[in-house]
Design a protein. Structure first.
Length: 345
């Protein structure tokens, strides 16, 4: 009997010792967590103070640029009154300077508005913010409701795709069967909106200005994607899809100095992924402005010119980092019939 009591007493002491060690470990962990939280809070306060300082510097720069713009505009007005002689060239130069200063002022204003410093990386993600949400609260609320990890799959639908049994209906059924919950329809036509509502899919009717790329800009400005620009290709081989550099057979250069040329099929604006960066926003703004200026222009051609053509005297490239999607995974009809079905025939 006494032996059993001693055994029980020993067991209770062991349990008490284990409990004491557990409490000690938990206390140490909580202390470390508290120290970490204090360090994070200090870092956040430091970042906030730095951001406020950058915003103040940017505002000062904006004020200086605004003053410069006013002076240049005055110079331009004075120069416009002189005769068409050598003074006319000076007036044109002053006008160009004023335009450039206005562009710089707009850039600084945008950076202040979106919380970007002048040294901000144009290819870094612009994260969501309440200030940007306020520019389009209805769309922002829809995106926050539907997005998963700040990502959405957007179908930009025109009236040709809206009739029952059309492309929108097929796409919506496929998305639902695949279990994709973060899909949204950007309906450019009331019929598309009705089809989306019939399919019980989230839908939004953006402004028609700028067409599909104008709609893309609205979603993109609210930061819901995390890839630069990745587009499907119209090519159907490695060379046509990803491009190649080869010697020009019609070489008119001097002997012994062969010229080279680059060739690749165009990118498809029918399927592309874009992340919300300064560069990709500039890309969509460029295409939208060009389509607004030339409504009859080919959006496909505009899309490829903006991404693939380098900066020159006739073209300013937005400087996006572009990736061609694997043409055997994101397949087009040419690849399907010439490579896939052709190889299995």
């Amino acid at each position: 009997m006494q032996a059993n009591l001693l055994s029980d007493e020993k067991h209770r002491r062991e349990l008490a010792e284990q409990a004491r060690r557990q409490i000690l470990l938990e206390s140490t962990r909580l202390k470390n967590d508290l120290q970490h939280a204090e360090a994070v809070a200090d870092a956040a306060q430091h970042d906030r103070e730095a951001a406020m300082a950058q915003a103040s510097q940017a505002q000062n720069h904006l004020d200086q640029l605004s003053s410069t713009v006013q002076q240049l505009v005055q110079r331009n007005e004075q120069a416009a009154k002189v005769s068409l002689s050598s003074d006319f060239q000076e007036a044109q130069a002053a006008k160009l300077e004023a335009q450039e200063a206005t562009k710089q002022a707009h850039t600084v204003t945008t950076r202040v508005k979106f919380g970007l410093s002048s040294r901000h990386d144009r290819h870094s993600i612009i994260h969501p913010s309440s200030e940007r949400d306020a520019s389009n609260p209805k769309l922002a609320g829809l995106l926050r409701k539907v997005a998963i990890d700040q990502e959405v799959l957007v179908a930009i639908c025109t009236k040709e795709m809206g009739p029952p049994g059309g492309m929108l209906s097929l796409w919506g059924q496929a998305v639902q069967q695949a279990g994709i919950d973060n899909a949204i329809v950007a309906a450019l036509d009331p019929d598309c909106l009705r089809v989306a509502e019939h399919l019980r899919m989230p839908a939004f009717q953006p402004s028609l200005q700028g067409g599909a790329f104008g709609a893309t800009a609205k979603f993109q400005a609210l930061s819901q994607r995390d890839s630069d620009v990745e587009a499907a290709s119209d090519g159907f081989t490695n060379a046509t899809a990803y491009g190649q550099v080869k010697q020009d057979e019609d070489n008119k250069s001097a002997p012994g100095n062969p010229t080279l040329k680059a060739e690749m099929m165009g990118l498809s604006p029918g399927l592309f992924f874009v992340r919300p960066t300064r560069a990709s926003l500039d890309l969509v703004d460029l295409i939208t402005s060009r389509l607004l200026a030339r409504p009859s222009a080919n959006p496909n051609k505009m899309f490829n010119e903006a991404i693939l053509m380098p900066t020159s005297t006739q073209h300013i490239s937005p400087g996006v980092h572009a990736r061609v999607l694997d043409y055997m995974d994101f397949i087009n009809s040419g690849t399907l019939f010439s490579r896939v079905k052709g190889s299995t025939a």
